[in-house]
Design a protein around this ligand. Structure first.
Ligand SMILES: Cc1ncc(COP(=O)(O)O)c(C=O)c1O
Length: 354
């Protein structure tokens, strides 16, 4: 802390990202990255764009990319906003679309960046408990609010809420913006983008970090009514007009053109997730149903933080949250089959030791 800091910065509680270790030989199952690389077509486009043209600013509106997303999701380009990772898109939503005089509602167990943005933008919030099986109870979201947000599938649970439930919420909550954060939807969920034409207060966010294996490129987007998008553009152009560089815009657009690769890699992750869940259950873990590229599980009689520490000693990192209700759970990213082999060899050794 320095005497030059503003009082505001002194009180900020920032987000703590999952560890990005410098050692490459670790089995990294802690930040839900895709174990398969991006489409080779994306890499080709990025390499071709790495030219003298980098001296020029990129398109501030990312039109090529927004067109690609609009075509893919069958919406108009005016319904699409893009940002530097969906985290940036979410930040602008918190800033520009949630009311700052009434509490924002989100689940008690959810993406841990939401309370951080509330702190940054001075938004009051209320957390709504998931039920005892960690499912979202939509009827609890009916109170006065300045907006509603939750991930679907939820993180870190992986549980998916049916679109009919989201629609049930939208029919009663039409005074404030409802945001569905679909960072993991491509691994088995169903997107609420199909509802945006009917609900002008619905905004859906997605990322290219997970299912399109582009976490390092930093691209996310929102789809919703053009008036919601216009608010985000106003915020963007008051903050950073060029959030996406030339490589990111073209590389991201190219990923929407390689549907075969996208499907193949998503299917490989889904197949491995199902194997992982069965094998964890056989080792006495309780595993929540998952529609994401990670599983959330607890061992019936071993302490989760000790398990995470023992795995770490074997060079395997998983995510552990020291938080009420979930401090006995581990979140394990789905890797390649060979990553699972390393994980299970270690788990078997740890569980066999008394
Ligand atoms: C639920 C959820 N939303 C949004 C994000 C942000 O993703 P990105 O900023 O990489 O697009 C994450 C990242 O892990 C996430 O888990």
């Amino acid at each position: 802390m320095s005497r030059y800091w503003s009082p505001f910065v002194k009180d900020l509680v920032p987000y703590v990202p999952g560890e990005q270790p410098k050692l490459s030989e670790l089995t990294k199952l802690n930040t839900n990255e895709n174990p398969y690389g991006p489409s080779p077509k994306v890499l080709e486009v990025i390499k071709a764009e790495a030219t003298d043209a980098l001296r020029l600013y990129p398109d501030p509106n990312s039109d090529v990319l927004r067109h690609a997303i609009a075509d893919y999701h069958e919406v108009s380009i005016e319904q699409v906003f893009v940002g530097n990772g969906s985290d940036e898109v979410l930040a602008h939503i918190f800033h520009g679309l949630f009311q700052h005089n009434k509490p924002l509602l989100f689940p008690d167990i959810s993406y841990s960046f939401y309370p951080v943005y509330c702190g940054l933008y001075q938004i009051p919030f209320e957390t709504i408990p998931l039920d005892e099986s960690f499912q979202i109870r939509i009827e609890e979201y009916r109170g006065i609010n300045g907006g509603i947000i939750f991930p679907n599938p939820n993180a870190p649970t992986g549980c998916f809420l049916a679109l009919s439930e989201i629609e049930r919420l939208l029919t009663v909550n039409n005074e404030t913006v409802v945001v569905i954060d679909e960072a993991y939807v491509d691994f088995g969920g169903e997107s609420a983008i199909s509802l945006v034409d009917r609900y002008p207060n619905l905004l859906v966010t997605q990322t290219l970090s997970k299912s399109r294996s582009l976490a390092g490129l930093r691209v996310g987007f929102a789809v919703g009514h053009p008036e919601l998008i216009e608010a985000l553009v106003r915020i963007k152009n008051s903050f950073n007009s060029y959030p996406l560089d030339r490589l990111a815009q073209l590389g991201a657009a190219a990923s929407f053109a390689d549907q075969d690769y996208f499907e193949q890699t998503c299917n490989a992750v889904i197949a491995e997730r199902n194997t992982l869940m069965t094998r964890l259950a056989a080792l006495d873990f309780q595993v929540l149903p998952s529609a994401a590229n990670f599983v959330f599980c607890r061992h019936r009689n071993r302490d989760a933080s000790e398990l995470a520490a023992s795995l770490r000693e074997d060079g395997i990192i998983v995510r552990y949250f020291s938080m009420s209700r979930i401090d006995q759970y581990l979140r394990i990213t789905v890797g390649r089959p060979e990553d699972s082999e390393v994980l299970f060899a270690s788990l078997q050794r740890i569980l066999a030791a008394t």
